[in-house]
Design a protein around this ligand. Structure first.
Ligand code: NAD
Ligand code: WQD
Length: 352
């Protein structure tokens, strides 16, 4: 069976492609390489023994997307990762985000309807919950959706609405939206992992780059939150646990196990960790003393959010298995392996 993985050379996509291929699925990747590198295909091939089919074009281009589907009449399901994801950039360039993230989704849905493809797995985010009220923590799928904090977050909310309305309108279409919490870590081989271009926005790559000496100092954004150590709490989830959940979702659709035509699942561990917890874990597994300083809060940051994964655990028969130390260790191994084999390019070294 062939699965289209959009954004398949990206961080979550590449790990998922390996899991799909390990399970015997044929994969075709579409990725415009906006935020990933073609060399990832080599790594996927080395790890899984199979080089996935690959096409590079922009899915927000309707003509190119239609042309792709016209040539591929053997696709059983689609995992749609392709999107821009930098929250801060989305505030400064909202139209770039609405155009890319929503046009690409709408083009895909139109083609699914036209070319009779039923199954869509969509990358959503815990960002749709904003800061849940105390009575909704841990946050389940039933928690209210809060007004989005950023255009990026809004694209995820609108995307879920577009999917829901399209399912009502186009017979045969069905979808699973997976709301990821904070994906971190890398493949056990350390041959693929998170590869942020430029200065990382996210905590884990900033920690590993600081540990490696590429950044001078990690700024911890605030220790005056209402949390046990004052730093914000998140539900970090190992990338391999996340990747496996996508295979489970695809199989649920293909094997006609869905309860409704549009299902939504949280993907988290159910355990929240603070920023200082993550730093301590990194120091423990790496043996590296991390240079960090506490600075002021980052605008728009949420104080605490972690998942109630009960529904996913029960319905999908999937559970995140790897703990925080495994996450930080795999991220660290990846950072070291990547720096060992790659000369540091301008974009990752320019701004300390
Ligand atoms: P990523 O940037 O590593 O991967 C996304 C890939 O999509 C990139 O390779 C990029 O080149 C490609 N892409 C973007 N727009 C495209 C387009 N119009 N046409 C073709 N290719 C395009 O990001 P990721 O972390 O792997 O995230 C994957 C998905 O998961 C995204 O939808 C993201 O919003 C969502 N998500 C990510 C996180 C996270 O923390 N990483 C959390 C929640 C949700
Ligand atoms: C985690 C914690 C920071 C960097 C973002 C998106 C969200 C979702 C996941 C896609 C926070 C602190 C971070 C640093 C720090 N993505 N931090 N110093 O903010 O939970 O969510 O990624 O859907 O939409 O907003 O993740 O990794 O940026 O931050 O102190 O240099 O680490 O303040 O408490 P976040 P993050």
């Amino acid at each position: 069976m062939k699965i289209l993985v959009t954004g398949g050379t990206g961080y979550i996509g590449s790990h998922t492609v390996i899991e799909l291929q390990n399970k015997g699925y044929e994969v075709v990747i579409v990725d415009a390489l906006f935020n990933s590198r073609i060399e990832t295909l080599d790594a996927i091939e080395k790890i899984s023994g199979v080089r996935p089919e690959f096409e590079s074009f922009d899915l927000s281009d309707q003509r190119l997307t239609d042309d792709f589907f016209a040539r591929h009449n053997d696709i059983s399901g689609i995992i749609h990762f392709a999107a821009h994801k930098a929250v801060g950039e989305s505030v400064n360039q909202p139209i770039k985000y609405y155009r890319n993230n929503l046009d690409s989704l709408m083009n895909i849905i139109e083609c699914m309807s036209k070319y009779r493809i039923s199954n869509l797995v969509f990358s959503s985010s815990c960002t749709v919950y904003g800061q849940p009220d105390a009575e909704h923590l841990p946050v389940s799928e039933k928690a209210p959706i809060k007004k989005a904090e950023s255009p990026y977050g809004n694209t995820k909310q609108i995307a879920e609405e577009i999917i829901s309305e399209s399912i009502a309108a186009y017979p045969g279409l069905r979808a699973i939206a997976l709301r990821y919490f904070n994906p971190v870590g890398a493949h056990d081989s350390a041959m693929i992992g998170e590869l942020p271009l430029g200065v990382p926005n996210n905590l884990m790559p900033y920690i590993t780059q600081t540990g490696y000496g590429i950044r001078e100092c990690l700024k911890v954004y605030g220790n005056d939150y209402q949390t046990p150590d004052g730093t914000p709490i998140r539900d970090y989830i190992h990338i391999m646990d996340l990747a496996k959940a996508h295979v489970v979702a695809v199989e649920r659709m293909i094997n006609e196990k869905m309860k409704n035509d549009f299902e939504i699942f949280n993907l988290g561990t159910g355990t929240g960790y603070s920023v200082l917890d993550v730093i301590r874990s990194f120091e423990k597994v790496s043996g590296v003393k991390l240079n960090y300083e506490i600075v002021g809060r980052r605008a728009g940051d949420i104080e605490k959010v972690w998942a109630d994964p009960t529904y996913s655990n029960n319905e999908l028969g999937w559970k995140a298995e790897r703990g925080l130390d495994e996450m930080t260790l795999s991220a660290w191994k990846w950072e070291k392996a990547y720096r060992g084999i790659t000369s540091m390019d301008e974009s990752t070294t320019s701004a300390k």
